[in-house]
Design a protein. Structure first.
Length: 285
């Protein structure tokens, strides 16, 4: 292990009260406790708080706290099944595009270092105020991450690479490669061939994405012809004069060739998130 990596990964977690078992206990028990019945729900003291609906919606499209909690448990289960070791055993986690803690909440009690970065100031403020185990960091689009080289042995990113232009994708793959320690595991979600198939064949998915059918068909034709990257710009809450946001589809072959320039591609969990988004599992060199 290089000195830079050792210094970052062996850094003591922030001081304060001893954490509850949380992520460190039995995973199935933790998932059950975080998966409330339908209806009103007030988490007990060991469960991380839920963000208000006004913060949930821009990043997840959800406004129901129970559904937000369900997403967290579903995603944690999927990530756990894809990970080569228990998630609690990583020592330094980077949550790239943390939003308002859909994944971060589930790491309640984590004994290592957990850094959640996001470009939205409101999201970062909520994370900082409500999730004591998270170091919340605001980032600037298309600027280097304010994080040291070789700092993390696990990187997770949900619903970020599914919305980037091809140029931005390469920029952030390089940045994650910089901050990931050699041997680190990365799990990045994408819209792959499964999402594209469902968008074209299921009216509910098509309407949810709110993009023209001819553009979807164009991307599908590109996949068939070997062009594995399709981006459709949307005028969403993150789109600005300096940053484009949209819906992105990436083929498995593209992942293997282009992402393989930065990382070792271990596997692609097809439809791992709600039978829709794929999770690409990578290993840093």
């Amino acid at each position: 292990m290089c000195e830079t990596m050792a210094g970052a990964l062996e850094r003591s977690p922030r001081t304060g009260p001893a954490p509850t078992a949380g992520i460190n206990g039995d995973l199935e028990d933790w998932l059950v406790r975080n998966r409330p019945p339908e209806g009103e729900w007030v988490p007990d003291a060991d469960i991380a708080p839920l963000p208000p609906p006004g913060l949930m919606y821009p990043t997840t499209g959800l406004t129901n706290p129970v559904h937000f909690a369900y997403h967290g448990t579903d995603f944690l289960r999927a990530l756990s099944q894809l990970s080569p070791m228990p998630l609690r055993d990583y020592r330094a986690v980077l949550d790239f595009g943390a939003g308002v803690g859909r994944i971060a909440r589930m790491f309640q009690g984590f004994r290592g270092r957990y850094v959640g970065v996001d470009i939205d100031a409101g999201n970062v403020a909520w994370l900082e105020a409500n999730l004591a185990h998270v170091e919340a960091v605001q980032t600037t689009p298309r600027k280097p991450l304010p994080l040291a080289n070789n700092s993390f042995d696990y990187v997770v990113s949900i619903s970020v690479f599914s919305h980037l232009t091809e140029v931005d994708q390469h920029f952030y793959l390089a940045e994650l490669g910089r901050v990931a320690a050699p041997g680190a595991i990365l799990m990045l979600s994408i819209h792959g061939a499964r999402a594209l198939e469902r968008a074209l064949s299921e009216d509910v998915i098509f309407e949810m994405l709110s993009i023209p059918r001819d553009r979807l068909e164009e991307i599908a034709a590109g996949f068939a012809a070997g062009r594995g990257y399709g981006f459709i710009r949307q005028d969403g809450h993150l789109t600005s004069a300096t940053y484009e946001y949209g819906i992105t589809f990436i083929s498995p072959d593209y992942i293997k060739t282009e992402w393989g320039r930065y990382f070792e591609v271990l596997t692609i969990g097809v439809g791992a998130l709600h039978d829709f988004q794929d999770v690409v599992v990578l290993k840093a060199r």
